[in-house]
Design a protein around this ligand. Structure first.
Ligand code: SF4
Length: 313
């Protein structure tokens, strides 16, 4: 609620304060935007495809691609599309500003505070990664628009100190852009993933029964890690699968990395008990460390009074 209230405040009065901040931080060489004369086009349209087309048209018109001199234009919640592994992903930046010189600038409005002109680096980093994806999507439209160029710096707007007044800083996203570009080219195409599924597999929520959907989801391999709980709607499903299979991934990537070739909890316990574990030799450093830990634990338990740690045994 605080974030929404702050964003509404920043964009109030036709974006007067937002445009002032943008010109102050990034507008060198352009005439300042005159309050009331900034164009704020209506971007509403039916469906995501319609909104994407409407946004692209508004960007082209604002850039003066038809030869007319450009004005300051503020696009509030435009919708852009980015091809991710062969499927369109729809993205909605908080705002995009088109300057009189044809420069497109992404604006990200966040509710975390900027104290003494600096904000939490982790949150700024996350905002930069997010904004870089918007920049990538805009570059595809700009490539087809005469006179357009997308700024590789974005404007980050946050509450100043402990108030609700906006302040802004310029964030260079060139590094995030190159990382995201590389990641996108390395993604496996959706058609290739789909080709490995059993014939007739469907994830259609309206036409498939619960049993069919469960079977469809089960047919996809997963690489669960506890971090999934914060990011994926299938996390509880994948965690259940990982636990029932005894997979060490359920214990976290750190533990998984420590355990080397031991991939199940059963194999780890067997190795600790001195039994042979599949895929590992007796002199494997992980197996040696596990046996040593098991011996130390047994020794510690023996030194305790009888019944003191009944639960632990
Ligand atoms: S929870 Fe989501 S991200 Fe994690 S393994 Fe399952 S499908 Fe993949």
């Amino acid at each position: 609620m605080r974030g929404n209230a702050f964003e509404a405040r920043v964009k109030a009065d036709g974006g007067t304060e937002l445009m002032r901040l943008l010109h102050e931080r990034m507008g060198a060489g352009s005439p300042p935007p005159v309050p009331g004369e900034v164009l704020v086009p209506d971007l509403s349209a039916a469906g995501p495809e319609g909104r994407v087309a409407r946004t692209a048209l508004a960007l082209r018109e604002a850039t003066g691609a038809d030869g007319s001199p450009g004005l300051w234009t503020l696009l509030v919640h435009p919708l852009v599309a980015l091809d991710v592994a062969g499927s369109p992903a729809y993205l909605e930046p908080d705002a995009v500003v088109v300057g009189p010189d044809g420069r497109w600038t992404v604006v990200e409005i966040k509710s975390f505070p900027m104290i003494d002109s600096s904000a939490d680096p982790a949150k700024v980093g996350a905002a930069a990664r997010q904004a870089a994806v918007y920049v990538l999507a805009l570059e595809r439209i700009a490539a087809r628009t005469t006179g357009a160029r997308v700024d590789h710096s974005v404007l980050l707007v946050c509450p100043r100190d402990f108030s609700n007044l906006p302040t802004a800083s310029v964030v260079d996203v060139r590094k995030q852009l190159s990382v995201t570009r590389r990641q996108l080219t390395r993604l496996t195409r959706i058609e290739d993933l789909a080709a490995e599924l059993p014939e007739g597999t469907s994830f259609d929520l309206e036409r498939c029964s619960q049993a069919e959907l469960t079977a469809a989801v089960d047919s996809v391999t997963a690489a669960y890690a506890p971090e999934c709980l914060a990011a994926c709607e299938l996390a509880f499903h994948c965690r259940g699968r990982a636990r029932s299979a005894g997979a060490v991934e359920a214990l976290g990537r750190g533990v998984r990395g420590e355990l080397g070739g031991l991939t199940t909890v059963g194999a780890v316990l067997a190795a600790a008990r001195g039994e042979s574990a599949p895929g590992t030799a007796d002199d494997d450093p992980t197996v040696v460390a596990l046996r040593r830990a098991a011996a130390l634990r047994a020794e510690a338990l023996r030194s305790l009074p009888e019944g003191a740690v009944a639960g632990c045994r």
